[in-house]
Design a protein around this ligand. Sequence first.
Ligand code: FRU
Length: 485
Amino acid sequence: MSISKEIILKANQHVKTHQSLVGSDPYRLHYHLMPTVGLLNDPNGFVFYKGQYHVFYQWNPFVTAHGPKFWGHYVSTDLVHWKEAPAAIAPGDWYDKDGCYSGSAAVLGDTLYLFYTGNVKDEEGNRESYQCLAVSNDGIHFEKKGPIIHVPEGYTAHFRDPKVFLKDEKWYMVLGAQTIEEAGVAVLYSSPDLEEWTFMGTMAGSGYHGLGDLGYMWECPDLVELGGTDILLVCPQGMEPEGFQYQNMFQSGYIAGKVDYIAGEFAHGPFVEMDRGFDFYAPQTMEDPNGRRLLFGWMGNAVESDVQQPTTAFNWIHALTLPRELRWENGKLLQTPVEELKLLRGQETLYKNVNLDDDEQLRFHGQVFEMEMSIDRMEGPKGVTLTIQIGESKLIYNQREGVFTFERKSYYMPNQESRHCYLQELKKIRLFKDTSSIEIFLNDGEEVFTSRVFDDFLMDEVVFETSGEVTMNLQKWDLNRVTSY
Ligand code: FRU
């Protein structure tokens, strides 16, 4: 048996023996993808293959900390009900002995190709990275083929996260990289057959094409076309906070424009942050058979406070976001939860034409639910402030300042912490609350806040309060549990 097959068996065994502890965690999510045990980070290899959606994820099975990553694996026909498959690839060969890092999938003929970064460290901690290939003909068992790309001259060993896509009958790969001058960049390769790859150069980066300082390393790039616009999703490391923006450890955002695929150049606009919550990173997209551009993100970020997340006591940490659909409208990337999530809906409650004012509140109990609220009118002599308390979190819209705030109880400090964005008008809130997460979509996906929350379960009240008058319609659904433990 190959070393990596042996390691996969060891991981599977570890999962079996630790499952029962995990099952007793009240923070275990009801309809999000999480690892059974260990640490999950980036979504990888999101693809539709032989009638099923596959999503893989960065996984360290043995501890709730970063380390030599495996690719965990989930399979679904409807993006809602997922089956856990055995780990697809495991570290252990000379080119990936310290981790099968992030990457993507592509389908050619009957074969599913996985592209990932082999991470190698020597005793002094020096890094090497190789872009590697693994293939499968059943979508479950993968055979590693080894490195297909070595780091070209001019870049450091921070060269990773291959995202492969087809464009005008040619294959391309976009990678996250660092130049030897220590600028974060995205580089492009092309290939006629997924096996031979030609380097095309840096297509965008920190300090390139009028971008200011966008950090020392770009991770997890993804290049998509929506309605004729090319959008590079990318995760810069090393950006400084600026007003309400870039508040997390590492950022996720996009730059939009037009790629010249012959010259390998990208004429584009500014960097725009994609999610304003505490926990969102390393998103990856795919185009599904219906032509939708779908996205999964890591509902986490690289933070040292990780060790204090309550789920670590139950041997697991982190989850993926809900799958989202991307659209490009009026020069902005919109994100909405995929239609299929309606399958989760149980009991519905309707609050029609509700009028809230300084004395009138609306309240209900709920821990795991979806709600959609549309606002018809907001009026007050000094502008309106709408506050929605959800457990120990708060959503606040200050109409006069045009600021939306999300506030949560910190899990590592004795206080509340908040994130904000400017929003000229609040027309709609769609929100998914799970046992320990909240995803908020404002105005049909114009702004999104994704966060983990670890509230006292006794505090499960949802309370709407205003200063000034608000007329609204509210729909609320209990959501069914689809995760088994
Ligand atoms: C992003 C990242 C990737 C890397 C992976 C390792 O979170 O740092 O750049 O491939 O995680 O797990």
